[in-house]
Each structure stands twice: as C-alpha cells, then as structure tokens.
Design a protein. Structure first.
Length: 166
C-alpha cells in the first residue's frame, strides 16, 4: 500500500483510467480469493516454460492489478505491475521502435533470461526508475552505465519519472 501512495499524481491519473480493480492479499495470485480458479493454470498456454499463477506474486491483466505477498524478483512488485498497466494504457510502449532498440542493446548484458521479454524488461525498468534504484539497473546490465542512463532518460521523457541518474 505504501508503494501505491508514493506514485506521482500523473501516473495515478493514468492508472485510474486504465485499471478496473486492484486486488491485494497474502500469498500468490492464485491464493487471493477471487483468483483461486487460477491455481495450476499457466500464465501463457502457448509457452510451455511459462509459470503458473501459483508462482506469481502479482500480475496486471484484463484491467485488474493483482498484488500478492509471495517472493518476487522485482525491485518493487507494485511499481513493476503499474508499469505493465501503463504499457497497456499507452498502447504497448514496450513495442515501440525506441524501446525495441533499447531492449536489443540490453539483452546481451542481461543474465536473467526472463528479462529478455521486452514487456517484462519495460515494466522492470519502469519500476527501477520510479523506485530510484538505478544501481540495480547498472548491475543487471553488467556495469553498462551509459545504457542504464539511456533507460532512465527514456522513462523521464515519457513519464516524467526522475531517477537518481536523471
């Protein structure tokens, strides 16, 4: 809840326009009362490597922001999922030429294959910038400070989000 209260007003306005409901509870997405039917269900039936909803701490899908308490790898689960909501609200910013170019430059430096998914990397970079944890971004990029700076500048330009590096 604290992270939600720290969102900049302009981002709150965008989220209010996009999100139909926010569910917050203990455990994974599938542990929340309204989402028990997702237990054991794949998040992507077309991808055999995709996790089930039981393994997710949060998700943004179909207008609903779902935030659980199970372990996650994001610097901020709330900011990461808000990033997904903004990505959708703004017609898939993660698919624009500018972001594809940034992502393509990042991929060779990203050890964790999960971040090779453009939309996931977009949401995590949004979370990192909003949380002002750019040192994590530099580490994830194997010390590529210029690349980290370009990402921070991207989110500053499009969302007015200021990181430490901006």
């Amino acid at each position: 809840m604290d992270a939600l209260s720290r969102l900049p007003p302009a981002i709150v306005d965008r989220v209010v326009e996009e999100v139909n409901g926010i569910y917050i509870g203990e455990g994974s997405v599938a542990d929340l009362n309204c989402f028990n039917h997702l237990r054991g269900v794949s998040t992507d039936p077309d991808d055999p490597q995709a996790p089930t909803f039981d393994r997710l701490a949060g998700i943004y899908r179909f207008g609903f922001l779902v935030l659980g308490s199970s372990p996650h790898t994001s610097v901020s689960l709330v900011f990461h999922e808000i990033g997904h909501a903004l990505d959708v609200a703004d017609r898939m910013m993660s698919e624009t030429r500018q972001w594809r170019d940034l992502h393509d430059a990042c991929v060779p430096h990203l050890v964790e294959e999960y971040w090779h998914r453009r939309h996931e990397w977009w949401a995590e970079c949004f979370a990192i910038t909003l949380a002002r944890k750019e040192h994590v971004l530099v580490t994830m990029l194997g010390g590529q400070v210029d690349l980290a700076y370009a990402i921070v500048e991207y989110f500053h330009t499009y969302y007015g989000v200021y990181g430490v590096m901006a």
